[in-house]
Write a protein that binds this ligand. Structure first.
Ligand SMILES: [Zn+2]
Length: 126
């Protein structure tokens, strides 16, 4: 953790958290990330550690595939949300008979994105 000097520390009020900037340096890959609040710092560190865990679980082909999907989705989050809505809409319109291989995991895959989409759309909750 390091701090960046404030240009005029005596004349400017300090943020309530007391943080100017914190730097995280990963001991595994050397990545450097900075954050200006404690909450942002913790989120940054946890996200980086979880990224390492995901990368370790996947083989090279899976990593490339996930990276390709994430690049598309992160470049246009609206596209990702609309794509999932479209698939859910189509699934409701034409309920297909699940094959024995699809039956159990299909429920999980459909239910998880729906919960996320309600907050993405900003739909009012009752
Ligand atoms: Zn790292």
């Amino acid at each position: 953790m390091s701090t960046v000097p404030n240009t005029s520390p005596l004349s400017q009020p300090k943020p309530e958290t007391g943080w100017d900037e914190a730097t995280f340096r990963c001991g595994l890959c050397g990545a450097v990330r900075t954050a200006t609040t404690e909450d942002a710092y913790l989120r940054t560190v946890v996200a980086h550690q979880e990224a390492h865990e995901v990368a370790e679980r996947l083989n090279a082909i899976e990593r490339d595939g996930l990276a390709s999907i994430l690049r598309v989705v992160l470049a246009a989050p609206e596209l990702g949300a609309e794509f999932l809505l479209l698939l859910d809409q189509q699934a409701r319109a034409t309920p297909a008979e699940p094959t024995p291989q699809q039956a159990a995991p299909a429920v999980d895959r459909v239910d998880t994105p729906r919960a996320d989409l309600s907050s993405v759309n900003g739909a009012p909750r009752s």
